[in-house]
Design a protein around this ligand. Structure first.
Ligand code: SAM
Length: 284
């Protein structure tokens, strides 16, 4: 015979479920309103504000203190990533990768769009004789590569032996045309340089099957029609601590790289999705 669950415990569990569902519903509505309501430039401004408030990436924060991840060290030791030379580092946060790359003997030119993080990055770079840092975004890099100047205009005309798109930073470029322009800009700024990138992979934690989650697709369609914008793509989202993001499948990363003239020298999904791209003409 099974022991009956007391009525008060049943009621508590039911109330708990209702609270959880309401919180998830509120988060879903928040995300979909933000996705439908903001332009690409406005999303980037939100991301800069969100990351500026995250001191985990700056000296004194736990992510900075962690130093390079094991998969990053392994990628830097994998051909065609060069054993030395000048690295262009985008989305450099508060200087975690810059510090690690300098310790490995590289010269580093870094940039970061979030104001508070770029201040930290510039201060960290000042402590390394072979590093310099600027405030700027991937959109600014594209502008610079097209000869339009801007905050990263001074990066044009230097030789880069490798490019690193800082940890998951590519996932915060949620506009597909801007992603393609970014890789094209890297090809023109650093034609012979391999590119290490990392990204948020598909959301496979099962939440997409929840009852609340089933409201997302119809709400997304309805809000995009109401706002007069194209509906957000599969994999696009927003979270308070990391702003707007785009999740990618490995196939999407491979297509993006190939369209810009890169081949995949390495592509790993674990422990964190990352790929090392090699300019096509230098392979083989
Ligand atoms: C997960 S954090 C990683 C920070 C740093 N690379 C690290 O690992 O400590 C992602 C970084 O991408 C940057 N980012 C977001 N959107 C960007 C954009 N459009 N252009 C360049 N960087 C961007 C953020 O400001 C943030 O510093």
């Amino acid at each position: 015979m099974t022991t009956p669950i007391p009525a008060w415990a049943r009621a508590l569990l039911l109330a708990d479920r209702a609270v959880h569902s309401s919180v998830r519903l509120a988060a879903l509505v928040r995300t979909e309103l933000l996705l439908a309501g903001l332009s690409t430039a406005e999303r980037e401004a939100v991301n800069a504000a969100v990351f500026s408030a995250e001191d985990t990436y700056s000296p004194g924060g736990p992510t900075f203190a962690h130093g390079l991840f094991a998969w990053e060290r392994e990628a830097f030791a994998t051909a065609p990533f060069p054993p030395s030379g000048r690295v262009l580092l985008g989305g450099g946060g508060g200087g975690r990768e810059l510090t690690g790359l300098c310790a490995l003997g590289y010269e580093v030119v870094a940039f970061e769009p979030a104001p508070a993080l770029s201040e930290a990055l510039i201060a960290v770079a000042a402590k390394h004789p072979r590093a310099r840092a600027l405030r700027g975004s991937y959109a600014d890099l594209v502008l610079a590569a097209r000869g339009g100047g801007g905050p990263l205009g001074s990066l044009l005309g230097e030789r880069y032996d490798a490019v690193v798109l800082g940890w998951a930073s590519l996932s915060h470029v949620t506009d597909a045309a801007e992603r393609a322009s970014l890789l094209a800009a890297l090809r023109s700024l650093a034609p012979g340089a391999p590119v290490l990138l990392s990204y948020l992979g598909p959301d496979d934690d099962g939440r997409a099957n929840g009852r609340v989650e089933r409201l997302r697709a119809p709400l997304r369609r309805w809000l995009s029609r109401a706002a007069g914008r194209a509906a957000a793509a599969e994999g696009e989202g927003f979270v308070p601590g990391a702003g707007f993001y785009q999740r990618y499948t490995p196939e999407e990363i491979e297509a993006l790289a190939s369209a810009a003239g890169y081949e995949l020298a390495m592509h790993e999904r674990e422990p964190y999705p990352h790929a090392l791209l090699a300019p096509r003409s230098t392979v083989g």
